[in-house]
Structure formats: structure tokens, C-alpha cells
Design a protein around this ligand. Sequence first.
Ligand SMILES: C[S@@+](CC[C@H](N)C(=O)[O-])C[C@H]1O[C@@H](n2cnc3c(N)ncnc32)[C@H](O)[C@@H]1O
Length: 276
Amino acid sequence: MSGVANNIGATAVAVSQMRAVESARPDRLINDPLAAELVAASGIEGVSSVNLATVEAVPMLSRIYAAVVHRTRFLDDHVIDAVKSGCTQVVILASGLDSRAFRLESDARFFEIDLANLFEFKEPVVAEKPVMAASRTVITADLTDPSWTTALTTAGFDPSEPTAWIAEGILMYLTDAQNDGLMSEIAGLSATGSHLMFVANGPGWLADEHSKQLKQAVDSAGYGFQSHLDDPKAWLSRFGWTVCEAVTLEEVGYRLGRVETVSDGPAKSWAVCARR
Ligand SMILES: C[S@@+](CC[C@H](N)C(=O)[O-])C[C@H]1O[C@@H](n2cnc3c(N)ncnc32)[C@H](O)[C@@H]1O
């Protein structure tokens, strides 16, 4: 069993399996051919056997599956748009088993940041895979320690160039103070023309029974959610960003034809894109 099984890296494997399940569908909304291989290599018991039938039979799994597929597609579309608009660098924060550098053809240079145990597992699996971006550089760093910015620039990131930043499946695991710190650090590295895209929990994230079950599951696994965002526009304006889109993942699914109705009430999740 790989080192990712022992901590929050296991969440990266679980979301990768959701992308693998979606990629196997004829009506897929995303295509991540590496996902299944990465999950299999993790050796985490039971994850690679999760399929569409399993997902559909368990409401909490259906919820996670939909959220992962919708967020991946939202972020794919926005990162493609950001590169078309002039971003020459893409930085994927807490990249986990993200395979965008291998599946999105792009002239931009891609940087992935995550913890050491994640890359110790991931790099041997992807070593021979063709990169579709201009380049792919991995940076081992802890995003709660501000020195990650030095590690990134030392690896060749140029703060004078417009950048597309992706934070997928990480902000909810950090505290409000850690997220504020991260946003300040990103702002200090973001030239005019940069884009920022992320997903976060919303104020209604604990409103229903399945969300409570999900919280219980992640809490008991030892990496509970620590924060949610009430108002993306107000938060991001503190760091010099103008929001171009802030919608719920349910709304993203609705637009993609996967969700029949969008519920009322406070947002359970946010999918956000901003520019400066
Ligand atoms: C739920 S996974 C999401 C991975 C990926 N972004 C995705 O959506 O597929 C969370 C990732 O955050 C990484 N992570 C957690 N805390 C971190 C930290 N303090 N610094 C850097 N990475 C971190 C974990 O190693 C893991 O890969």
C-alpha cells in the first residue's frame, strides 16, 4: 500500500476514482484516462471497485461523485479559457492526482504543488506519460507554510507573467486563517491578467442529512472540513480579485444537464472564477 493511504492523500485517491467512474461513461462530462491507473496503483482497498452502480446506490457517494465531476468540468473549462486569455502559467494547488497537465493540450507551463508523500506515490506512476502542457513541474510544499511561494519561484514560476490558479478540494480542509494567508500569498504572485478558480463549501454545506453524513465520514477519517465561505465576492475583493462567476456545484450540474432542479436556500458549495 502506498503512503497516500495514511492521511489526507487518501482523499485524492477517492476523488480520482470518481473521475475514473465518470470517464468510463459514454455520456461523460470529463475525460481523465489516468485516473483509474492512479487509483489502482494506490493499492487502497475497495476504492477501485467503486463503479457507477455503487455510486448510485449510496446517496452520500452520489453526492461526492456529482460534486467531483461538476467541479472538475467547471475548472477544466475555466482553465482552458484562462490560457486562451493569456495566462502562460497554471498553478495547481494541492494537486493530488490531478492529471490536467497530461490531458489538457496547452502552451502554458503547469506547476503542481502538494505534500511529499503524494508525489512520492504519484511521480513513479506518471513518469512515462506524455505531458500535453508546455511543461509540468512538481513542487513539494506545505501550503500552510508561506515558504511555498519561494519553492514555487525557485522552480521557475515567474510572478510577472499572468497565471491561472486552481484550488480544487483544498480550501475546505484549511481554516479561515490559513485560507486568508494562502490568498494573500497568491495575490503577491499574481500579475495583472491572472485568473483564480476554486471550489469551497458554502454556508448551507451542512443543511441536509447527506452532508452531515459526509462530515461525519471525513471527521472520523481524521481530516475533517474546517471552513466554508459565506460570500466569495466579498472575500476575494479583499485580495484584489473580481469575481467573474460564483455558482453552486448543483448549478454547474444543472447547466450540464445532470441535475434536474436546483435547490433553494443557502449555497452548499461554491465554484468560483475570478480575475485581476
Ligand atoms: C481532496 S484532495 C484533492 C486533490 C486534487 N486537487 C483533486 O481535486 O483531485 C486534497 C489534496 O490536498 C493535499 N494537501 C492537504 N493539505 C495540504 C497542505 N497543507 N499543503 C499542500 N497540499 C495539501 C493532499 O495531499 C491531497 O492531495
